[in-house]
Design a protein around this ligand. Sequence first.
Ligand code: ASP
Ligand code: MG
Length: 469
Amino acid sequence: MKKIVMKFGGTSVATGENIRRVAKIVADSTKKDQRVVVVVSALAGVTNQLVEEAEQAKKQDEKQIQEFTGKLVEKHVATAVEAIKNKTVQKETEQAIKKAVSELEKVLTGICYVGEITPKSRDYVLSFGERLSAPIVCGALRDIKLQAQCFTGKDAGIVTDENFGAASPLMNVTTHQVKGRLEPLLEKNVVPVVTGYIAATQDGVVTTLGRGGSDYTATILSVALSADEVWIWTDVDGIMTTDPKIVQSAKMLPQLSYGEAVEMAIFGAKAMHPSALEPVIEAQIPVRIRNVFNPENPGTLIANGEETKSTEVVKAVAMIRDVAMINIKGAAMVGAPGSYSKVFDVLGKNNINVMMVSTAVSEANISLIIRRSLLGRTLSTLEIALLGRGLVSEITSEDDVCVIAAMGANMKGTLGVASRIFAAMAQKGINIRMIAQGSSELNVSFVVKEKDGEAAVRAIHEEFKLDRI
Ligand code: ASP
Ligand code: MG
């Protein structure tokens, strides 16, 4: 009997109709004698609303909290009524929703009085999206006569460190607890429905695994339960060669290695939470990306040695927007040990994440890519710390750039990949501002002006004939 952990994303549970579709997918699987664990995200958009509301509450406007929680109840109850036919189950779900929201209201009121939100209380607020969606999905399963039981990540036994906002699982305790709590249910053909994204510290304080963390919940559970596969259900057929909004002939990639998938998750193919693959790589559990709106499609399979056999070395190309480039110049950095570490130390201490770095052997120049929203703060931080101290003479920036990343496992050891990529750019008259190749050799990334980004993606897609994969 196969054991499968299925994660359903925000769009998959966005409406009552979609939730009924989810329930049918689970029912079809159990009919095939598969044992299923369900992991759910918050209804589409709800986590973002909670993020905003937490900020609002800080501004100490108490009236506005009731308005927000009122709408939240309304939205979830309406979804439940649409998803669940049986009146008793409907009523029970409605009560669960109201109970959770009244707890949320207390938390928000607390924040409002104190006028402050900590990483801990923020995670607590953000946990409510999944705490509200899971009971509806559970109700919809019971509505079609499946046995189901609802769990928070904490109740399911997922324990994390105390890194609120982006907590990591402590796998030993987690495995022990999850096995003990969920395994007996699976044996009795009960479907556990677990809230994605949220867990708890060893002391039971609620944590979140980082935005998009429901994927992570699914892979953590799959390892704890030694599942056969993880299925990430989403609203697209699988991982694509590029964004179909940029290249209409973009194709679905039937198979990817873990290494390729990690690379793509990091480069914002948005298919997965960047850490979500860590647990399954070690345990060698295959992951499938599948489409709830097209369940006939097998989707993209991510597993070892399962690279799509492509004669081409580049398999996918992505454009990363909303970034900015910073150039740090200083002849004094040449041959001065520790000069780079000063730059990165300042950035690290100020919590500024560097996405890409390039330096030349002349050492007189470091180029960095960061999120565009951080540009102002990064520049002032660097200027205060570095200018006028003899090391750095000039700091400049460009905020109208984007990163283009070309990926594929076959790049490793293949000659001429970079020359083909850059020749394609030259042909289209696109100027390259910065280049970096990871030593993993799974990707080549470079920076161009944002206005040239889409043309750059199209040129690479064409050069490596990605529409024929
Ligand atoms: N609801 C959370 C988020 O929006 C987690 C997830 O959807 O995976 O980030
Ligand atoms: Mg999501």
